[in-house]
Design a protein around this ligand. Structure first.
Ligand SMILES: [Fe+2]
Length: 332
């Protein structure tokens, strides 16, 4: 099974004007504007589609407080599409629309789909030259400055689910996804759609309320300069930050998350780990720095409310203190 990525994400909206401002200012190119529908594209042609939320063609919401409707994955081969259709039709309703997009529901209740697409390659972005104490690679040159991000693709999507094992089993056993890492105790699981891929393309977080919701969709940009420049530009337009900028200890990506008025968050990220069949999945404890907002609810909760968690902050402070103490010991 050869997946090419997240080909489309579909939202509903009661306010298409706001949706238009949000995604154009995010840096996507609007390729269609109708009375009831907007279509935006990333650099490689991944699409974000926003449809007036009373349109009967939309998939149902997965959470009352959100307008996320469906995610469509791109496949490179018609034979994979046909095989998936046969496989999934055994135990669920599967339809194919006039455009040739297959629609169904995964074992967690998330509306998913598949379509055959062409892989759009890109020329390499300019290399990021780093200066460090022992090595100066950028000499007599000013570093890249971005006044607007233009995301190249959608790299991963993250959901709160009642049971991460159910989610993992479906994607690994039915779609052939690979395990990248886990949080212990079923708190979270990182999956990727190919043995050679970015660290994760799907991440499931255990919902404390046993409910289903979108957490965020991540858009890949060229470099840390575009994360910062794009994030600053978006923030200056008045869109509220969810968390960031920062760097994930798991996947190593630099990030900046913003709240999406249609539900969940959107993320600029860059420089994620790329892993292969040699990668050994880890079992991580929760509450590692900068993952806390995902697990312990410092920012988005799966009911959509924002509540800081003192418990998380204290645990992180203690962990950092212990790490500093350990480093001091080593340096002595
Ligand atoms: Fe992310």
């Amino acid at each position: 099974m050869e997946f090419l990525g997240i080909d489309r994400v579909v939202y509903g909206s009661s306010n298409l004007s706001q949706a238009n401002d949000f995604f154009t200012q995010w840096g996507l190119q609007r390729v269609f504007k109708g009375v009831k529908k907007l279509v935006f594209e990333t650099g490689n042609g991944n699409q974000v589609i926003v449809v007036k939320n009373d349109d009967p063609s939309l998939a149902p919401k997965i959470a009352d407080h959100q307008e996320f409707r469906e995610v469509i994955y791109g496949l490179s081969k018609q034979s994979d599409f046909d095989q998936l259709h046969t496989n999934l039709s055994h135990d669920r309703s599967v339809t194919v629309d006039q455009e040739g997009v297959m629609h169904t529901v995964d074992d967690s209740g998330i509306h998913i789909g598949f379509r055959v697409v062409r892989d759009k390659k890109r020329t390499s972005p300019p290399a990021t030259l780093w200066n460090s104490p022992g090595q100066k690679k950028r000499v007599d040159l000013i570093s890249a400055v971005y006044s607007q991000a233009h995301p190249f693709k959608m790299g991963h999507i993250v959901f709160f689910v009642p049971d991460t094992k159910v989610a993992e089993n479906f994607y690994r056993q039915r779609l052939g996804f690979w395990l990248s890492d886990r949080y212990v105790g079923g708190a979270g699981v990182f999956l990727r759609w190919a043995k050679r891929s970015e660290h994760h393309n799907l991440f499931f977080v255990k919902s404390r309320t046993n409910s289903l919701a979108l957490h965020h969709i991540a858009f890949e940009v060229d470099s840390i300069h575009e994360v910062f420049g794009g994030g600053l530009a978006f923030a200056n337009k008045g869109w509220p930050t969810e968390v960031g900028p920062g760097r994930h200890p798991i996947s190593s990506a630099y990030f900046w998350y913003f709240k999406n008025p249609m539900g969940g968050a959107v993320e600029y990220f860059c420089d994620a780990d790329f892993v292969t069949e040699k990668w050994q999945p880890h079992q991580y404890r929760i509450n590692r720095f900068s993952e806390w907002h995902l697990i312990d609810g410092i920012q988005i909760k799966d009911d959509g409310k924002v509540r800081p968690s003192l418990k998380s902050a204290k645990e992180i402070d203690l962990q950092k203190k212990n790490e500093m103490a350990a480093m001091t010991k080593v340096n002595k």
